[in-house]
Every structure is written in structure tokens, then in C-alpha cells.
Design a protein around this ligand. Structure first.
Ligand SMILES: [Fe+2]
Ligand SMILES: [Fe+2]
Length: 278
């Protein structure tokens, strides 16, 4: 699939009015992010990072829309459906915030994004309950936890005020989103058969597999490229690859896997080890 710059449309008028009522953007000093201060190499990295964040947030809109639909089909508790549908508007606002950072930095970099395949492809023939289990696991227990747990330490060290404020605003919502998976399984847990728990263990490994690409692609990268001058990784919301790799792996092994094992979703230890050392 062709890589092209990520772009969005904005409609204005009643659509903007209603969305603004649902989610005010917040007070941010966009002009304080002055790209002319930075060397080209640092700007390119920051544009890549924030284009990636905008795309992840865009994918999260589709992911939660799919979760809401699956919860409804599975007759999940109405308040759980309501809570999850509220996250959709959060994710739309996160796309907007990340995209505004990208615009201040000079625009998006080309990245492949197939909008026909934004959500996980589930096996045919699953019952509504099994579909809800799998989506809650993939989206709630894996993707949302990984995204927020890896971003919190990066946010804490970001030194530019505007970039840090955007991270903080997004992560305040993500703290709520990260609780969805465990709440779902609090409801669904007693009804999971041994076979379904085993299936969900395999689903977890499948959902974690793409993350190995993140640590593989960071190994060997320079923590402080010389063309960045006196600026370091933390200025615009990045973290040194030598710290990101252990951080990402520890989020998987300490924050994603143990809560799943605690509710009886068994993840094959040998396969997990292969994933973490690949
Ligand atoms: Fe988000
Ligand atoms: Fe989220």
C-alpha cells in the first residue's frame, strides 16, 4: 500500500459546533511551538512521531466503534456500552490534538494507512459473546494499555510546554480507556469456558506480535543524533531508543500479561519469551 501524508478533512458549521460542545479542544498555546528553532533532523523525527500518534488515535476511533457494536450484539451492560461509546469522541479529539502538533511542526510525513483495514479481522463463525471478548481483549487489554503505559514516561520527560500539555490532555482520557478491558472481563469473566480462555490466550499472542516490530525497529538507533545540535530527545516528545525498547517490553510483560493471567487467560510462556527476545 502506498505511503502518503496523513490528511484529514474538517467540515465546520453544525458538525463542528456539535463536536465542540461534546469535546472542547482545550486551551493550548499552539504558536509557542516554533519550528524555526529546531534543526531539520530533529523536526523530521518529531513529525514522524506525531504523525504516528495521530494515525494511532485515528485507528482507535474505528477500534472503539467496533467494540461498541460488539458489546451491543453481546448484550453487555448498558452503562458499559455507554462508557465505551463516550471514548469515541475522546479519540476524535486526540486525533485533532496530535494533528495540530504535526501542523505546527511542518506537516505530516508519508506513512501507509489502509483505512479499509483499521480494525482486527476476526475469525468467521464467532458468537456475539466471543466477538465481544476478542475485541475487548485486543482493544481494551492490549492496544489501549500499551499505548498509554508507554506514553506516560515519555510525557513526564517532555520538555516543551505545549507538547507536554497535549500529551497530558490525551493521557488523562487514556487512563480511563485503559480500565475498559478489566471492567469488561469483570462482567464476562464467569462465563468464559476453558476453551474460550484458551482461545483468548492465543488471541493475546497474536495481538502482541506486531509490537515486536516496534522494538526491532528501535534497536541500533542513535539516542542523540549529531544533527540535533543541543536539543535532546525529550524536547518534542520522543524518548531514546535505548530506553524505549526495555520500556515497551516491560509494559507487555508487567502490565498487559499479568492481569490477563489473573483472570485465567493463559498466555504460552515460551511463545511470549520468543516474542520479547525477538
Ligand atoms: Fe487516544
Ligand atoms: Fe484511547
Amino acid at each position: 500500500m502506498a505511503a502518503e501524508p496523513f490528511h484529514l478533512e474538517w467540515f465546520g458549521g453544525p458538525a463542528e459546533h456539535h463536536f465542540r460542545n461534546a469535546r472542547p479542544l482545550g486551551d493550548f498555546d499552539w504558536e509557542s511551538l516554533d519550528r524555526t528553532r529546531y534543526p531539520e533532523g530533529l523536526l523530521t523525527t518529531a513529525r514522524e512521531v506525531w504523525t504516528g500518534i495521530a494515525i494511532s488515535e485515528y485507528v482507535a476511533i474505528a477500534a472503539f466503534a467496533e467494540v461498541v457494536s460488539a458489546l451491543t450484539a453481546a448484550r453487555a451492560p448498558l452503562d458499559l456500552i455507554g462508557m465505551t461509546s463516550d471514548f469515541l469522541a475522546d479519540e476524535v479529539r486526540h486525533v485533532e490534538l496530535a494533528s495540530r502538533v504535526v501542523m505546527q511542526l511542518g506537516g505530516a510525513v508519508p506513512k501507509p494507512l489502509d483505512t479499509a483495514r483499521l480494525t482486527p479481522l476476526l475469525a468467521p463463525g464467532l458468537t456475539p459473546f466471543e466477538r465481544a471478548n476478542e475485541l475487548a481483549l485486543r482493544v481494551g487489554c492490549v492496544a489501549e494499555v500499551f499505548a498509554s503505559a508507554t506514553a506516560v514516561p515519555i510525557m513526564r520527560e517532555t520538555t516543551h510546554g505545549l507538547v507536554k500539555a497535549v500529551y497530558q490532555s490525551i493521557l488523562r482520557d487514556e487512563a480511563r480507556h485503559s480500565r475498559f478491558g478489566s471492567l469488561y472481563f469483570e462482567w464476562a469473566g464467569d462465563r468464559l469456558s476453558p476453551a474460550e480462555r484458551e482461545r483468548l490466550g492465543a488471541v493475546t499472542l497474536d495481538a502482541l506480535t506486531p509490537y515486536a516490530g516496534l522494538w526491532r525497529s528501535n534497536i541500533g538507533l542513535d539516542d542523540q543524533p549529531s544533527e540535533w545540535g543541543s536539543f535532546d530527545a525529550h524536547e518534542l516528545g520522543w524518548i531514546e531508543p535505548s530506553r524505549y525498547v526495555p520500556l515497551a517490553k516491560s509494559v507487555v510483560s508487567e502490565q498487559i500479561v499479568p492481569p490477563l493471567r489473573a483472570i485465567g487467560i493463559a498466555i504460552d510462556a515460551a511463545e511470549l519469551e520468543v516474542l520479547l527476545t525477538s
